[in-house]
Design a protein. Sequence first.
Lengths: 246, 213
Amino acid sequence: MQPLIEWQAGTVTEIRPQTPQTKSFTLALPKWTAHRPGQHYDVRLTAPDGYQTQRSYSIASAPEQVGELELTVERIPDGEVSPYLHDVLVPGDQLEVRGPIGGYFVWEVGLGGPLLLVAGGSGIVPLMAMLRHRAAQRATLPARLLYSSRVPDGVIYRSELVQLSDRDHALELFFTFTRQAPEGWTGYRRRIDEAMLTEVIRPFEGRARVYVCGPTLLVETVANALVRMGLPTELIRTERFGPTGS
Amino acid sequence: MPLRYTIQPVAGFISRGFLGRRRPAEVENRLPPGQYLVTDFPVLSAGPTPHTPLDRWSFTIEGLVQSPVTWSWDEFQKLPTQTVTVDISCVTKWTKLDTKWRGVTFDTLLQAVQVEPTAHYVMAYSDGGYTTNLPLDEMVNGQAFVAYEFDGKPLASEHGGPARLVVPHLYFWKSAKWIRGLRLMERNAPGFWESLGYHIHGDPWKEERYSGD
């Protein structure tokens, strides 16, 4: 029997807009414990009459960021919790959370590489925790990120990713834009497909640890393609969100 | 029908400026604590979706039974089915009301075997290596079934097709996708998520999400 994962009131220390739809929230936690990159926290909101609701959000920060937690949240226009976080919450406010939670979609330097991360939209968030952890540990194992966004200003963590990659030749970034690419863009401009994955994974010779996070359709496409390409299924870990489209 | 639950906030904590989105009482009373309503059908799984061809699919009941039994897909299709409409709750917080399934009840499957009196738990196992554990007495009397139709259509692979377990009174990770068999056991043992920090039982009305809850 494991101990209860207790609710605690974190204090919002910083709110940073990432894209027009996403913001990062940094919380200082009174009972912080180190998470594993890829894990999530539950967030609970309580109204004055006792009404409560909960959501799960992936952790964006590395466990090396001791005492703090960064959650990056996309604003869902008709949502109940994300509009509160985006529109109401200000630094100094308290937010009830509990975690870290989840033990499969996790990667640590000790698990080794090479590492292939595939993200769609805000699916970058748990993968960012992995990349930040990898950087904090000064790991040199090869890592590649394939990141699909609809439009240029929808790329979350763009400048930090570029900085990480500039400092570290073992980390390579591949962006693709599905609706509109930046001016003069010479990279990918389509949804992730098998041909794109084949190109990105080629130097890894079919032996990568793969983490895929994004909308269901993207995750299904990527995971199915990787299985067809012969990657062992136990090395492919997925986290899906959003509707099926059906 | 589920009972109305009591809200127990952390002593005194209120989220400044949060009012919440109330649903009509008849909906609110069907949402277990901490859950919110969805109308789509989210997909969650830990790895790639298996695609087992139907001519290589089979379903087995084994473990503490006098002799194990295995059905082919065609044989399984000939078993009597029931159509049920149930609410389902995922530990990731969404609840979907009035989902319609067709499948074979666990009771019907048990008629094909002689269960040993020492059997008290069941391990469901799936293509791709997924497992989840359940108490035997929470699967009988219409509480669990193996479904191969959702909403009148063959169950899509990302939702667990060709067939998945459906145990609507427990969090939906207990309703193993891509199910291939059930192993009856004497002692309880954790399955896949139960070994990774999730609750051994998983009752949404008791909010048994994680180990220690």
